[in-house]
Structures are given as structure tokens and as C-alpha cells.
Ligand binder design. Structure first.
Ligand SMILES: Nc1ncnc2c1ncn2[C@@H]1O[C@H](COP(=O)(O)OP(=O)(O)OP(=O)(O)O)[C@@H](O)[C@H]1O
Ligand SMILES: [Mg+2]
Length: 401
């Protein structure tokens, strides 16, 4: 196997692909010294432009390039000006400087001028390919680094049936309605054994988060998109598996990695959680931007909420990141417990309250609809929209920073 073949073999497929559309601008002597036709597999779309190292680089060729390899004579003012001009016009296109030999001081000077890397002249194909792959990989990582992770809202219940899943699904919808980024909102059903998110949102499809948690290093954006079930209001559902999955089979690292990946690709991420607390579900909470505990104004709900809040505090999830949502509030003159009592008893701020709207919410869910799809004036969804507005004012959507 030649070195060239070996190098291609060692590069991941994605690295080979991102070396597409390289523009080489070099003096005829160096440009013509290599038979570039041999390189078309590794550098698809390669353009070689033989010209003197002071001649201006044609704008159209430079704009079409994903990386420019530019011959430079560091002792020639006009050659250096050409580099400066190129960086000014196309600051985001990486530039690799090509020169006969470069001292450390010279490389540092070129880096200050905006050069991303240096290759030696005459060109050596392997060095060029390796440098181009490196620079493109750095650019890709930087791009990811420039992406703000989506805020993660974990909706947790106090007692069974208190409305956590209904609020989580409608919250995702309310956040999705206002999302114009094209990224959308993700809702992840971590209630692995009894998850109802896909049913409530009529999100049909075959893939589930079991596919993501079992994927290991194959977990990437493509797999994510194949599992996501698109629904109304820019929401994508990551459904719980059809078959009951043992809770102890979840590996915390994989779960956290999956959450990170989803947060890289959506504007907001909402989590629905299981009734039983395990180390992985608590770890998911520690990753959350905000933990929203759904309570009802009943002694039983507040008592269970207290126990869960104590558990969260024991693993460091406390303070303002934990807020209450009071569900099923009714406008009655005489109430035994009111919203203020809940906040005081539990020592946590109330993000907002959600009206009891019976039977609209459950009737809508039975039909796989959101409450506002059945009744545009749903009070339930109006309240959830207010929660979404408060949250999005505090946590800007994920996306380019
Ligand atoms: N504000 C409300 N007004 C009317 N019905 C509601 C309201 N909140 C929830 N419900 C209804 O209560 C039932 C239970 O709600 P949901 O499934 O969201 O609760 P949960 O806390 O997720 O329950 P589980 O413990 O089973 O996960 C559903 O039928 C839902 O339609
Ligand atoms: Mg639920």
C-alpha cells in the first residue's frame, strides 16, 4: 500500500469528504510539479491555479473554495499584501500558506496574519492532504464550539397523574410555535417503561431512544434524525421504546452524550422523566438548565414533592434551577391551599400555574392532539404558553452563538 493509499485509509470518511473544493494558488513551477489528477479521489473538486505569488487571487475561485492553499513569499511585501487582502475579503475561508521553508518565528508571524497552517514547497501530496484534513477538522470543531447548547428543561412529577407529561408536551409545542430558526424543539421521553409522549402527540414512527442509547459510537446526527418523529409546531419527539426497557440497562454516560447531541441540534429540549429515580435519571437532571416540578394543590402532592426535592438537594440539584409549576388550579373563592402556600411549603419559586380544563386536555390527548388544536382558546395552553415565554426570556434558544 502506498503512503497515499494508507493515509486515505486512515482518514475517516467524513474527513475525506471535507477536503472537497480545495483551491491551490501557486507559482507555475510548483503548481505543475505534481500530477494533480491522481488526487481527485482524496481532494474532490480540487482547483489548481498556477500564477505568480504576487498576482491577485480571482474572487470567484476563492469564494467557491472551502480551503485555500496559497503560496507565499514572506520577504515580498506584495505577496504578503495578497494574503492580507484574501483574509479581509473571506475571513471564514481557512488558508494554508505554502512556502519553501519556514522557521518558528515565520510560522508565528503567518498565524498572526490569519494563516491556519503551513505546508512546505515543493508540495508533498501526503503533507498537503493531512494538513487540509486537520484544518477542516479544526474548523468543524470550532463551528460546533460556536453553537450554543439548547436549554434543557426537565419536567418532573410530584405524584402520579399530576399532569407532568401533559405540561411537558404542551411546553414543547409552545416553544416550537415561536421557533423560527429551522432547528425546532425536541421532546425526549425518558419514561422508558410507561412513556406516553408519542401517544399524546400522535408521533408515529419506529425508532425510539432505545436505538440512541444502544448506538455507542454510531450515535451521530444522522441516527438522531432517523429516530426523531416530527410533529406539529416544529416539535420532534424522541419516543420511549414500545417494549418495556429495564431501567438499570441505561448507561449514564451514553444518556448524557445523547442529551448533548440533541442539544446541539435543536433550539430547546424538553425531558419527560420516569416515576422512579435512578442514578441516570438524576444525572439527566443535573444536566438540565431548569428542573420544573409539577405539583397540585393537595397535601399528597406537596408531601411527595417535598420528598423529591430533598432527594434532588442531596445530589446538589437545588436553588433557583428548581421551580414549581402548579397544575389544575381552579378559580374558587375558598381554597384550602393556594399557590403561595405551595411556594412557601416547598421553599421553591413558582414559575406559573396551569388551569384545570376538563375534559378538553384528555379528550385532545385521546385523539393525539394538543389542547389548542382542539380548542384554539384553550386556557390550559394559554397558561403553558406563558410558562414557555418566561422560560425563553430567561434561557435564549440554542444555535449559533
Ligand atoms: N390542567 C389539566 N386539566 C385537565 N386535565 C388535565 C390537566 N393536567 C393533566 N390532565 C389530565 O390528567 C391525566 C394525567 O396527566 P399526565 O399523563 O400528563 O400526568 P403525569 O403526571 O404525566 O402522569 P404519570 O404519572 O402517569 O406519568 C391526563 O388524562 C391529562 O389529560
Ligand atoms: Mg407522565
Amino acid at each position: 500500500m502506498s503512503t497515499h493509499e494508507h493515509l486515505q485509509f486512515n482518514l475517516k470518511e467524513s474527513d475525506v469528504l471535507v477536503c472537497a473544493n480545495v483551491l491551490i494558488v501557486a507559482s507555475p513551477k510548483h503548481a505543475e510539479a505534481i500530477d494533480w489528477s491522481e488526487s481527485s479521489d482524496a481532494l474532490p473538486g480540487l482547483v489548481v491555479l498556477p500564477c505568480e505569488n504576487t498576482a491577485a487571487v480571482p474572487q470567484s475561485a476563492a469564494e467557491a473554495a472551502s480551503l485555500i492553499v496559497l503560496e507565499i513569499d514572506p520577504h515580498n511585501r506584495r505577496s504578503m499584501d495578497r494574503l492580507g487582502e484574501l483574509k479581509r475579503k473571506l475571513p471564514d475561508v481557512p488558508v494554508v500558506a505554502a512556502l519553501p521553508d519556514a522557521s518558528v518565528a515565520l510560522v508565528r508571524m503567518l498565524v498572526r496574519e490569519g494563516v491556519d497552517d503551513v505546508v512546505s514547497l515543493p508540495f508533498k501530496f501526503e503533507e498537503l492532504l493531512e494538513t487540509a484534513a486537520d484544518v477542516m477538522a479544526q474548523k468543524r470543531n470550532k463551528r460546533h464550539g460556536d453553537t450554543r447548547l439548547a436549554p434543557l428543561f426537565a419536567v418532573v412529577r410530584s405524584i402520579g397523574g399530576c399532569g407532568a407529561t401533559s405540561i411537558a408536551t404542551h411546553l414543547a409545542s409552545a416553544l416550537g410555535e415561536n421557533d423560527n430558526s429551522g432547528r425546532g424543539v425536541a421532546i425526549i421521553d425518558l419514561d422508558l417503561q410507561f412513556g406516553a409522549v408519542a401517544d399524546y402527540m400522535a408521533a408515529t414512527g419506529r425508532g425510539s431512544i432505545a436505538d440512541l442509547l444502544g448506538a455507542d459510537e454510531r450515535l451521530d446526527e444522522e441516527l438522531l434524525r432517523s429516530v426523531a418523529r416530527p410533529c406539529a409546531d416544529n416539535v420532534s419527539v424522541f419516543a420511549a421504546p414500545d417494549a418495556i426497557m429495564p431501567l438499570e440497562s441505561v448507561e449514564t454516560d451514553r444518556l448524557l452524550h445523547m442529551l448533548d447531541l440533541v442539544r446541539q441540534h435543536y433550539s430547546y429540549v424538553v425531558l419527560d422523566l420516569p416515576a422512579n429515580w435512578t442514578s441516570w435519571s438524576l444525572s439527566a437532571l443535573t444536566a438540565a438548565s431548569s428542573v420544573l416540578m409539577v405539583v397540585e394543590l393537595s397535601v399528597a402532592s406537596l408531601r411527595q414533592a417535598r420528598r423529591r426535592l430533598d432527594l434532588f438537594a442531596s445530589v446538589g440539584i437545588e436553588g433557583d434551577e428548581v421551580q414549581l409549576i402548579v397544575n389544575r388550579t381552579e378559580r374558587r373563592m375558598f381554597k384550602t391551599i393556594d399557590v403561595g402556600d405551595a411556594a412557601q411549603t416547598l421553599g421553591r419559586p413558582v414559575l406559573g400555574s396551569v388551569t384545570l380544563e376538563d375534559p378538553l386536555v384528555s379528550t385532545a390527548q385521546d385523539q393525539g392532539l394538543m389542547a389548542h388544536q382542539l380548542n384554539r382558546k384553550s386556557k390550559f395552553q394559554t397558561d403553558v404558553r406563558t410558562l414557555a415565554a418566561t422560560l425563553s426570556a430567561r434561557f435564549p434558544a440554542g444555535g449559533p452563538a
